[in-house]
Design a protein around this ligand. Structure first.
Ligand SMILES: Cc1cc2nc3c(=O)[nH]c(=O)nc-3n(C[C@H](O)[C@H](O)[C@H](O)COP(=O)(O)OP(=O)(O)OC[C@H]3O[C@@H](n4cnc5c(N)ncnc54)[C@H](O)[C@@H]3O)c2cc1C
Length: 474
């Protein structure tokens, strides 16, 4: 490997993970990013009115995201995140329902008490939800309900409209980025099994303490730079071709360079155009990326003249707002603003709604949810909608995802959309990066995994449903 050159194209989480894994070996690594900063979709922007960077959209990880957390640990980024063990659900009447695991019960019953306290779900609805979770948990359910859409499955399982809206949708739309009428049963099952049923810590959430750009573009880049990774920002790659056992990379500015290894870590809609026709022929799945449905996510940033709530975050039920994150007091022009960020996944219905109208509507929802009187004054707002935020986890999506390794040694694909079994998340991106690094390492007869194992399955979940026997991807 010594002296062998690696080109990684794309400085999102997938490209960063490839760089992290390969920098443990004596390669010469170059990462090319089209934009000014690293982080990709998990990035931030600078607004002239605000002294610090603003995340384009709040990102959170869960305890089950072992590879993302492993990457953060290896790059000494743990301090950049806080871990919340208590979630807060706010019902339509503004009543808060905390959701926290028992301090001693094992998974999956660690959350039974928390679930019972969600009294916005009627007792009969809670029973039917528990029965449906029981039906979905065993690994055999994957085959039994393969190809099924989640909404159809929920109707078959006699779930009421209220429980679909207040329980299933609340969890799944933000995790899978699409309405339940579109997402697959298999993807939805994975969210519940990995996030709630297999391990006590899996449901906890990790929230960034500082802007994402500081985490990935500054701190991660610094640690990788210390390991010798060379970053080339504002360096869009136009196309890669293969000559004389080398990858010939052409850049937007017209320059060229050759590498022994090449990893494309760009989103699905940008992947096919990176490759020369001959290379593209080696990856037939690139012909079908047009069939991948993408889904928008909107984030509404509000700066208010007074605080709304002391809660660090909340999940809002029966409203347009889904998650709200409280960033506390911040400098705003000559005064102090209280900054809140509201995230709305699968926000197709908001297309065309004026930003001011949406911001005022969201503020009204927050005032109703938290009962803040007198109502805060809206100092400023911003609405950021990412149209191709995530891919929709539809039943056909799994078949469209390419593996990271290709038939050409030294050539690999990465990105949240490649085959990891995970939805479009930071964890999916990091897993893809580690799998792509493994594909490169196989060329050099190195066959050990470079990523992290899943959280172990609790003994009880193993006994109840045989969880953990599912086919492992790595
Ligand atoms: C609004 C929003 C909210 C989200 N919320 C969450 C969340 O809470 N939790 C979570 O886990 N996930 C969340 N996600 C999903 C998560 O951000 C993505 O799954 C993940 O960041 C994808 O990483 P990636 O590296 O695969 O792709 P990207 O982040 O898209 O990175 C690809 C990079 O490639 C670069 N690039 C493209 N073409 C070229 C080229 N020709 N040359 C050089 N560079 C190029 C791009 O500029 C980009 O930086 C959210 C996504 C969005 C958009």
């Amino acid at each position: 490997m010594r002296g062998q050159r690696v080109a990684i194209v794309g400085g999102g989480l997938a490209g960063i993970a490839v760089a992290e894994a390969l920098s443990r070996f004596p390669f010469e690594i170059h990462l090319f990013e089209a934009k000014r900063s690293l982080g990709g979709r998990a990035g931030a922007y600078q607004d002239p009115d605000h002294p610090s960077l603003i995340d384009r959209c709040q990102h959170v990880a869960m305890g089950c995201c072992t590879n993302f957390l492993g990457l953060c640990q290896r790059l000494e980024l743990e301090e950049c995140f806080r871990r919340d063990t208590r979630l807060h659900f706010i019902d339509g009447d503004g009543k808060a329902h905390p959701f926290e695991a028992s301090s001693w019960l094992p998974a999956p019953i660690h959350l039974a008490g928390a679930f019972r306290r969600q009294t916005y779900l009627s007792k009969p609805d809670q029973k039917r939800i528990a029965a449906a979770l029981w039906e979905m948990a065993p690994p055999s359910a994957v085959e039994k309900y393969a190809g099924r859409k989640m909404h159809d499955w929920l109707i078959e399982q006699l779930q009421s409209e209220a429980s679909i809206r207040r329980f299933w949708e609340i969890v799944l739309v933000s995790a899978l980025g699409a309405p339940l009428t579109e997402v697959s049963f298999v993807a939805a099952r994975k969210v519940f099994v990995d996030g709630f049923l297999r391990h006590r810590r899996a449901y906890q959430i990790y929230v960034p303490r500082i802007p994402l750009q500081d985490i990935f573009d500054v701190q991660a880049a610094q640690r990788l730079g210390e390991r010798g990774v060379r970053f080339h920002r504002q360096s869009p790659v136009r196309q890669v071709a293969y000559f004389n056992s080398r990858f010939n990379v052409r850049f937007g500015q017209g320059s060229e360079a050759t590498f022994e290894n090449f990893i494309a870590a760009v989103p699905w809609h940008q992947s096919p155009k990176l490759f020369s026709p001959i290379l593209k022929n080696l990856m037939p799945k690139l012909d079908n990326v047009d069939e991948i449905d993408s889904s928008p996510i909107s984030s509404v940033h509000l700066w208010l003249d007074r605080p709304l709530t002391k809660l660090p975050h909340a999940v809002l039920l029966d409203r347009t707002s889904q998650w709200v994150f409280n960033h506390g007091a911040r400098q705003f022009k000559q005064t102090t603003g209280h900054y809140y960020q509201v995230v709305i996944s699968a926000s197709h219905d908001l297309a065309g709604v004026k930003h001011e109208e949406l911001s005022r509507h969201i503020l009204g929802e927050l005032v109703g949810a938290f009962g803040s009187q007198p109502a805060p004054y809206l100092l400023d707002y911003q609405v950021v909608t990412e149209k191709q935020a995530v891919f929709a986890a539809t039943p056909s999506m799994e078949g469209l995802r390419p593996t990271q390794g290709t038939i050409l040694p030294g050539l690999a694909l990465a990105g949240d959309w490649t085959k990891t079994g995970w939805p479009s998340t930071m964890e999916g991106a990091v897993r893809s990066g580690y799998l792509a690094a493994e594909a490169i390492l196989r060329k050099y007869d190195y066959h050990e995994p470079v990523g992290d194992a899943d959280l172990p399955v609790s003994l009880l979940s193993r006994m109840l449903w045989g969880l953990g026997k599912e086919e492992r991807l790595r």
